[in-house]
Write a protein that binds this ligand. Structure first.
Ligand code: FNR
Length: 188
């Protein structure tokens, strides 16, 4: 069975190392995980006053999430939390009240940073948010990628064998997480 995985990159930066990581993951994924980016760049700031008249970028976001079997968040850490752009996207996705597009959606979190503890703190914040949105999150393995220059080439090849092997194991665990959830839940 093929699963549609929507991935969200938490960085808006053109040269984002997390976008590079997302590209590498798409290339390493088992054949029956199909990766498509869910863009967040064009979303305005969330405004509760627009709940009855959602902007088109927010409607498109919700449609893309609802059409995905699972979500993968690939995000940097900003000031020991998640980037505002990502939080903004999650806020749109959960509204209007009673129409939470993240409800029941299996998810996984991963992120890269040059820092010593990588994106650990941001990931824990994000997992806490995803718990509230009722999105079952992959627990293990945790994936804190410490980025060094050249780790992933321009065309998405991982140059370190150990990292590549780890990412493959991570994707296999995500695959199992999605299929386990798919057996016991129905979502729209
Ligand atoms: C950072 N960076 C950073 N790194 C980290 O490990 N922990 C942190 O809390 C922060 N905080 C932070 C705040 C802001 C506003 C910026 C711009 C950067 C550094 C960050 O890891 C680095 O810029 C990465 O390259 C960001 O990922 P992308 O955008 O390249 O995917």
């Amino acid at each position: 069975m093929t699963y549609e995985v929507g991935y969200v990159v938490g960085s808006l930066s053109r040269g984002s190392i997390n976008r590079r990581l997302a590209g590498a993951l798409a290339g390493l994924a088992p054949q029956d995980l199909r990766f498509t980016e869910i863009p967040i760049r064009d979303l305005p700031l969330y405004d509760h006053d627009l709940d009855q008249d959602f902007p088109s970028a927010a409607r498109e976001l919700k449609r893309a999430i609802e059409g995905s079997d699972a979500l993968l968040f690939v995000t940097p850490e900003y000031n020991r939390s998640i980037p505002g752009a990502l939080k903004n996207a999650i806020d749109w996705a959960t509204r209007p009240w009673g129409s939470n597009s993240l409800d029941g959606k299996p998810a996984a979190v991963i992120g890269a940073s040059p820092g010593l503890i990588s994106t650990a703190v941001a990931q824990h914040h994000l997992k806490s948010i995803l718990s509230f949105t009722n999105s079952p999150v992959l627990g293990q393995p945790e994936a804190y990628i410490r980025y060094t220059d050249g780790l992933i080439t321009d065309n998405g090849k991982v140059t370190d064998e150990g990292t590549e092997a780890f990412l493959r194991r991570y994707l296999e665990a995500f695959h199992t997480h999605i299929s386990t959830f798919a057996r016991s839940h129905t979502w729209t």
